[in-house]
Design a protein. Structure first.
Length: 114
């Protein structure tokens, strides 16, 4: 429910009232009792959307959407080229171990015999 600001033209009383959208505006001043009350357009509060589905990007302009789509299309060929080189076997081949410490490698043990 929004908060509306009211001002009385008779006594200059200024106050805020919490009302639903369907309620009619107040007419009578609560301070002086005269029917000189009017609704003032104040700064009010920001609208708060609660729940899922409300995102900043939901209301983008058409030119922004077109630019974003063009950017995505330009990125697709580069991704495909990277994927293709990885599947050819040139990018990811496992390296062989050099100088392992296995049985036939000839490496000396640090333990002393004796």
């Amino acid at each position: 429910m929004p908060t509306y600001e009211y001002q009385c033209d008779a006594c200059e009383h200024n106050f805020d009232e919490l009302q639903s959208f369907s309620e009619p505006p107040l007419k009578k001043c609560p301070k002086c009792g005269k029917a000189k009350l009017r609704r003032v357009f104040g700064t009010g509060a920001g609208v708060i959307f609660k729940g899922s589905g409300f995102y900043q990007t939901d209301y983008r302009s058409e030119s922004y959407k077109a630019g974003a789509k063009a950017e995505q299309e330009a990125a697709k060929p580069a991704e495909k080229a990277a994927d293709k080189s990885a599947t050819n076997g040139t990018a990811a081949t496992p390296a062989k171990e050099t100088g392992g410490g296995g049985k036939g490698s000839g490496a000396k043990s640090s333990k002393s015999k004796g």
